[in-house]
Design a protein around this ligand. Sequence first.
Ligand code: TYD
Length: 194
Amino acid sequence: MKNPKEELTYLMIKPDGVRKGLIGEIIRRLEQRDLKIVALEMFQPTLEQIDEHYPKDETWIARLGQKTFKTCEKYNVSPKDEFGTDNELEMGKLVRGWLVNYMVSAPLVKMIVQGTHAVDMVRKIVGPTLPNLAEMGTIRGDFSVDSPLIANAEHRAVMNLAHASETPEEAAHEIEHWFGKDAVHAYKRFGVDE
Ligand code: TYD
């Protein structure tokens, strides 16, 4: 097993993060927690690349639809009126489509982040998916007020500033997809690695 201090994860600053001028702030928050940026690049993704990035399996898509269904329930909105369907898989497909279009609407910043429990640490720093519910002190809680209720009504994805891998397996897959092999730069952080 790899040293847990050297765990790798993948983080991508989304179009709203770039357009709000939050590139520096997001990197600062990661480095502040002793995480190391070991690869970094701004780029314009293609639709195909983003389509490959988000899972295509029906379980993942239905889970996305289920979350959307729950939002409708919570705010007393009819899924049929909003989405033309109340089938979770169909709703998930619609949201996934909005998400892919949103992700190509501006350049993104991709990075590989390394450190102790990097996957969980980065998810904690980024905060939960929905900015309207994300705690203050997280990136999503501090810099976005977007809500799925508004996003659904406007037929667009929730704008939540950054994507971060959910598991080490997902991180390995995303690092390979966006950077290929051998993209990691090795260096020792003062006060962290020595
Ligand atoms: P998900 O994997 O649930 O969240 P996370 O990005 O925190 O891992 O959802 C993927 C993306 O889908 C999420 O970042 C934004 C978008 N999304 C919506 O547009 N509307 C929604 O209701 C939800 C739950 C997600």
